[in-house]
Design a protein around this ligand. Structure first.
Ligand SMILES: C[S@@+](CC[C@H](N)C(=O)[O-])C[C@H]1O[C@@H](n2cnc3c(N)ncnc32)[C@H](O)[C@@H]1O
Length: 392
């Protein structure tokens, strides 16, 4: 593909990404993969270049752009080399009309940028949400140790005890250590919040929103494969991805429970009053993981945010019933919004006078309300809120 054709391809893909963001359709990653599946003429260099162009444009536009072309023009405004490719040639985008609309820049749609700013995420903190994330792995303590594991490349040791950082796109999933379950891909911040569970061998730990089990596997390692570890979710497809991962990681104690949304209590009934710890890695806006899914900020609406916050408070209330006396709840969101963090947790504590907040000993982050917030700018991790409370 010529450089011009790559820009035109990125514009077409962006049109699809924008349409999908408006109707809660497929994520950008899947749209890009699908686009190339039907265009076999594109080589790996083309794919990489087009991908860079698409993500560059997504990052550059705060609100949802009117079109892929308007989004690409936003990037071209500050890049003479890119604007020169709009030359109207074969497979190239049409020449730029000085009067045509250019998409608005910024960190997020205006309403969301304002909410973030109200929670102290502005300026450099907000811009860091749009950086490219590095690639972090967790050495699986069930099979290896960071200090002695030999890998094809030496990573940077993270604050998380088994964490290593590599440049984005390092092909770790092709490494023997990955195939053997000695390493897992997991953001350093995610590793730190797993540490806040302080899961111990022999305990009963419930991972209430386990998804594909990223945190479940870290908990199994912390528990040394001793005790009960129950991974729950309402999403069958995600939860079904846990079993093969657990097998590779040697996480023998992981059990799964698939729940019906709004009827979680039925599936969890046998576990009521049994748990030493319940991790709620709740569904959230994902504002803390914009580095990885920058178009997620185009999808979020105030109505959707309210709906998700409602699920979070329902899951917090539900988790109290699962605890044995002295048991703990660890509430986590990958969000930097207070309504999904400090304010959500404060409201929970106000509803449940039997739950006592307790400090978390964490190597990074900043106190926010009764919890800790990790941020891409300050901590070089994904953004997270984490808080812990114990049943009296
Ligand atoms: C942030 S993700 C979890 C990520 C996962 N813990 C990990 O570390 O990879 C939130 C999860 O909450 C799940 N979820 C949504 N509604 C839920 C509900 N009512 N009960 C339990 N899980 C729910 C979603 O399916 C999603 O997998």
């Amino acid at each position: 593909m010529t450089p011009q054709a790559r820009v035109q391809a990125a514009i077409e893909i962006l049109d699809e990404v924008i349409a999908a963001a408006r109707r809660q359709g497929a994520p950008a990653d899947r749209i890009i993969t699908e686009w190339f599946r039907t265009r076999r003429f594109a080589g790996s260099k083309d794919r990489r270049a087009v991908r860079e162009l698409v993500y560059g444009a997504i990052r550059a536009c705060g609100p949802v752009p009117i079109s892929g072309r308007a989004a690409m023009l936003r990037v071209a405004q500050g890049d003479a080399g890119l604007s020169a490719l709009f030359d109207g040639g074969r497979h190239a985008p049409a020449p730029i009309d000085p009067l045509e609309e250019v998409a608005q820049g910024g960190v997020a749609p205006d309403w969301l940028a304002q909410r973030l700013a109200a929670g102290g995420v502005a300026g450099a903190e907000a811009l860091a949400l749009l950086d490219r994330a590095p690639l972090d792995v967790r050495v699986n303590a069930l099979k290896a140790d960071r200090a002695s594991l030999a890998l094809p490349e030496s990573g940077e040791a993270l604050l998380a005890p088994q964490g290593l950082r590599f440049p984005a796109n390092t092909p770790v999933e092709g490494w023997d250590a990955y195939a053997q379950g000695q390493i897992e891909v997991q953001d350093g911040g995610s590793q730190l919040v797993c540490g806040a569970v302080e899961a111990q061998p022999g305990e009963t730990v419930i991972d209430l929103c386990a998804g594909a089990g990223g945190k479940t596997l870290a908990l199994a390692a912390a528990m040394g494969n001793r005790g009960r570890l129950i991974a729950c979710d309402v999403d069958r497809a995600r939860l079904s991805r846990l079993a093969p991962r657990a097998e590779r990681a040697g996480a023998l104690i992981a059990e799964t429970i698939l729940m019906n949304p709004n009827r979680e209590v039925e599936a969890l009934a046998p576990l009521m009053g049994q748990a030493d710890a319940v991790l709620i890695d709740a569904p959230c806006s994902g504002t803390g993981t914009c580095r990885r899914n920058p178009e997620a900020r185009w999808r979020l609406t105030e109505v959707e945010l309210g709906r998700i916050a409602g699920i979070q408070s329902r899951l917090l209330d539900l988790a109290v019933g699962l605890l044995k006396p002295g048991g703990r709840i660890i509430f986590v969101t990958c969000s930097l919004l207070d309504e999904e963090g400090a304010d959500q947790f404060a409201a929970f504590l106000a509803r449940h006078r039997t739950m006592r907040p307790e400090p978390i000993d964490m190597a990074a982050g900043e106190k926010r309300g009764q919890g800790i917030r990790l941020s891409p700018a300050r901590d070089a991790t994904d953004g997270f809120f984490v808080a812990r409370a114990r049943l009296l």
